[in-house]
Design a protein around this ligand. Structure first.
Ligand code: ZN
Length: 588
């Protein structure tokens, strides 16, 4: 039936067997396992042949040829078997042994805000003050229609006393105001025009909780505003428009296609952003499966927010937009001591961080959302946040009975080992951001010292969670970090930085197999978005969402995974990205 070779359960290492059996439960239910018998009624539009095709079906089969008709996968198997699908108008692409995978899905990111950020003046990565200024000049020159020049990302250490001066900006732009937030968000760098528009002079007092940095000789504001002094200028910035949001989303989708993504889960959507997706989808420009996580604000009353998302769900948001999910933030982050821990931080005077939703309120919210049929998607980073979220899911299960609910916990950085098996037993999805799971300065300097070695052993235990057979989903949290799935996959497999070569792994027991991670970024994240019947594996009847890579990831050293290039991305059988240099050589 068209498979070159079937790979048995247990391919790779570490718990893949259990995981595969769980996948089988839902992949089999899709009813897309078998190729139709007999000759096709009409030929395929496209046949990709001569590749190493890793299908990520339940059996983790390999093939060498895929045929696409009407935007769907018509055939998966051998070149011989595909002959019946080739007609006079079929485009046949000879892959020359290149690697074919289902298109990737990202289980947690922020496309609109991330895309908008890219459309503003980006200073992150500038390594000198002069480089930062040059970027501002170039951006202003490229956007003559923008009155305000707004940007972010400058690093404090680039400037004497972390104090950039207005004059540096004035030399490149004096007729328009400039407002640039620092990388940590606590300071803003402005030019003289911005200070003038805000009426900030030597006589302006520092606002409570803020500081206007001043020239020590003249007392004139020098161009840096701290904390509560920032709004003196930022309140003048134009409000974000729908056009900007839309442009941001379009930019994000472009990047996603280049990274091999065909599915995105927007982890924090509000009622203003939702129509952007609908409009793009109606125009046929949303070439992406999109899951929507409607944001539920812990600081606002719950009931009206529930009523609002129920009402929104009744509307038609487009064929590719699925409003299935409510998103809650249960805690903060470890680095700043705001993640909720079971035991105190070692450096914060006994503090354990705080829950944004206390246990009782979270339980009630989870039960109510679940009763209305919403999937819950929770930001949970500390071991206490993970514990109380799993408890709330358990409470929703017993209150509302059996249902296909797929609750998802995202980020999940620090575990208590007792909670590792609960993901599988509760049917909760583990949405890891694997790009964070290596000993970078966040871990070395800002996490391990605050937790101590015993607890640090349970940071990002992807291998242990995978070994239980729980569904793992892969996500980036972009624009917090790179959205390129191959980078996250490499880090999960090596527990080393994506740009590092071979060497010792950080917490080597928690490495995950390549098969586990490819499943996480394909069928796993598609499953988390209720899209696994449509996408996430290469099986007959599914949407033809696939990518071609320049090399077989199973045949290279793991530290080279992120060097692989995406040559081609197909969404519903349409080419949404091809590598300009190489992909043309694929055609014949
Ligand atoms: Zn996020």
């Amino acid at each position: 039936m068209g498979r070159l070779s079937a790979v048995r359960c247990g391919f790779g290492t570490g718990g893949a067997g259990l995981a595969v059996c769980l996948w089988a439960a839902f992949a089999g239910a899709a009813g897309t396992m078998t190729a139709p018998a007999g000759p096709p009624a009409s030929p395929a539009e496209l046949v990709l042949t001569g590749g190493a095709v890793y299908t990520v079906d339940a059996a983790r089969s390999w093939a060498d040829t895929v045929a696409v008709r009407g935007g769907r996968i018509a055939y998966v198997g051998t070149a011989d078997g595909a002959k019946a699908w080739i007609g006079p108008s079929t485009r046949v692409v000879e892959l020359g042994g290149r690697f074919v995978l289902p298109g990737f899905h990202d289980s947690h990111l922020h496309p609109i805000s991330g895309g908008m950020r890219m459309l503003r003046c980006e200073l992150s990565g500038a390594t000198t003050a002069a480089e930062a200024v040059e970027r501002v000049r170039a951006y202003a020159a490229a956007h003559p229609d923008r009155f305000w020049i707004v940007g972010r990302g400058w690093e404090l250490p680039l400037f004497p006393a972390a104090n950039p001066r207005k004059e540096a900006l004035d030399t490149v732009i004096s007729d328009r105001p400039v407002y640039l937030t620092s990388a940590d968000g606590h300071s803003a760098w402005v030019n003289s025009r911005a200070l003038a528009l805000a009426g900030i002079t030597a006589q302006t007092p520092d606002p409570p909780g803020g500081r206007i940095e001043r020239d020590p000789a003249t007392g004139e504001p020098s161009g840096t505003l701290r904390e509560a002094a920032k709004p003196l200028v930022s309140r003048l910035l134009p409000e974000t428009t729908q056009e900007e949001r839309r442009a941001g989303l379009e930019r994000a989708i472009e990047l996603a296609h280049r990274a091999g993504l065909v599915g995105l889960f927007d982890a924090t959507v509000d009622a203003i952003e939702l129509p952007i997706y609908r409009d793009l989808d109606r125009e046929g420009k949303l070439q992406m499966h999109v899951g929507i996580g409607m944001y539920i604000d812990d600081e606002k009353a719950f009931a009206p927010q529930l009523a609002e998302i129920i009402a929104l769900r009744k509307q038609d948001w487009g064929p590719h937009v699925h409003l299935t999910t409510a998103k809650l933030y249960v805690d903060g982050v470890i680095e700043s001591g705001t993640a909720a821990l079971l035991a105190p931080y070692l450096n914060r005077g006994g503090s354990r961080g705080e829950l944004l939703w206390d246990e009782a309120r979270l339980r009630e919210a989870a039960i109510a959302l679940d009763r209305e049929g919403f999937q819950i998607h929770v930001h949970a980073i500390g071991d206490r946040a993970i514990r109380v979220t799993l408890d709330a899911i358990e409470a929703a299960r017993s209150a509302n009975g059996p249902r296909d609910r797929r609750p998802t916990l995202a980020h999940i950085e620090l575990f208590d080992p007792a909670d590792v098996p609960r993901f599988r037993s509760l049917g909760a999805i583990a949405s890891f951001q694997p790009l964070w799971a290596w000993a970078d300065p966040y871990i070395r300097d800002l996490t391990e010292p605050y937790l101590g070695p015993e607890r640090s052993r349970w940071l990002y235990p992807i291998g242990s969670v995978a070994a239980t057979g729980a569904v793992i989903a892969g996500g980036s949290d972009w624009s917090v970090s790179s959205m390129v799935p191959l980078e996250g996959i490499e880090v999960a497999v090596t527990r080393r930085g994506p740009d590092e070569g071979p060497g010792p792994a950080w917490l080597p027991d928690e490495r995950a197999s390549l098969a586990t991670m490819l499943a996480a970024y394909t069928i796993g994240s598609a499953y988390a978005a209720f899209d696994e019947r449509e996408s996430g594996s290469l099986e007959v009847g599914k949407s033809a969402d696939l990518i071609v890579l320049d090399r077989n990831l199973f045949a290279i050293p793991p530290h080279e995974i992120s060097e692989a290039e995406v040559l081609l991305t197909l969404f519903e059988g349409r080419e949404v990205y091809h590598d300009p240099a190489i992909a043309s050589s694929l055609s014949r």
